[in-house]
Design a protein around this ligand. Structure first.
Ligand code: PSU
Ligand code: MN
Length: 306
């Protein structure tokens, strides 16, 4: 797919793909909407370096001037980080408009998967995925990330999902969509800031080699779709459950009071939780992203040797 007319694959990424070397995709909504400037830029560059140190090539994905970029320059990362909320958060439904109008777009998990798959990148590291929001039985607010996972062949390494979402309903939805949820060394779905939740994952897998075998097996059969590798935050960086639950509770209440809806919900909740925990949650957030980048690199290395 390397000749897709809409793709601009960075030379470093292109060389790796052509030589069958491991590549790890990264999203850009986490840069523009997930963290404040300048921590977002520092973190994005540090994640890329972590991936390089672990034997893979990073490919941060975004839309710049309507072009689908697989691998960004430092200046492009700085531009997205500095622009922040002014860059359009681009999920599947937004993609054709942003491209046709030659705009900049920050890619969500769903859109990052779409573009990674176009370039032939199979492993993607992020912080947390979108999911079924609390109260979705009335709002219908279910992230497009979940449907994307059912149809696009990319393995997504994340720290589970935040309890700003309904974790139980998210897992039910993923089951309906046929998306494997693999717990890396754990039996329950990690809740982003904390290592566990009350909800079991489908399968506990203890090694990155086994994950690579499962990926290969799924795609060799021609079965479509990705999978989730849920990697818990390292113990030393996890947050006290009561502290995070309280902040999330308050953020959800404010969301309701202020009538924030739709695509603004997730960024609103993320930034309020960060403010309410006085920056502690930002530190945890950065630590878990690095941890996911390491695991994703190990999986990409193992998969490239298949
Ligand atoms: N969850 C996080 N951090 C994030 C996001 C989700 O903990 O940065 C971002 C990701 O880009 C994800 C998107 O794909 O929010 C989901 O948004 P929505 O719920 O509107 O689909
Ligand atoms: Mn939504």
């Amino acid at each position: 797919m390397l000749n897709n007319a809409f793709l601009d694959i960075h030379p470093e990424v292109k060389a790796a793909l052509n030589e069958g070397r491991p590549v790890v995709a990264l999203e850009s909504t986490i840069i523009s909407h997930g963290m404040p400037y300048p921590d977002n830029v520092t973190t994005a560059l540090q994640v890329e370096n972590t991936i390089r140190e672990h034997g893979a090539t990073p490919a941060t994905i975004a839309i710049i001037g309507g072009r689908l970029k697989v691998g960004l320059s430092e200046q492009e990362i700085e531009h997205l980080g500095k622009s922040g909320l002014a860059v359009t958060k681009t999920s599947r439904r937004d993609l054709p408009v942003i491209m046709a109008r030659k705009l900049d777009g920050a890619t969500t998990v769903a859109t990052t998967m779409i573009i990674a798959a176009m370039a032939g990148v199979k492993v993607f590291a992020t912080g947390g995925i979108g999911g079924v929001h609390r109260g979705a039985e009335t709002t219908f607010d279910i992230s497009a990330d979940l449907q994307e996972l059912s149809k696009t062949d990319v393995a997504v390494v994340c720290a589970g999902c935040k309890s700003i979402l309904d974790i139980g309903l998210t897992l039910e939805y993923l089951e309906t969509q046929g998306v494997p949820v693999l717990g890396y060394g754990v039996k329950t779905m990690p809740a982003f800031y904390t290592r566990d939740s009350n909800f079991q994952v489908d399968h506990q897998i203890d090694s990155h080699e086994d994950i690579a075998v499962i990926m290969q097996t799924k795609w060799q059969t021609g079965m479509q779709g990705g999978m989730i590798i849920a990697n818990p935050i390292p113990e030393e960086h996890s947050m006290p459950k009561d502290v995070i639950d309280k902040a999330i509770g308050q953020a959800l209440q404010e969301l309701d009071e202020q009538g924030v809806k739709g695509k603004e919900s997730t960024p609103f909740l993320l930034s309020r939780v960060k403010e309410l925990t006085g920056g502690d949650s930002l530190k945890s957030n950065i630590a878990l992203i690095m941890n996911n980048a390491k695991l994703a690199s190990a999986i990409a290395v193992a998969y490239s040797q298949k």
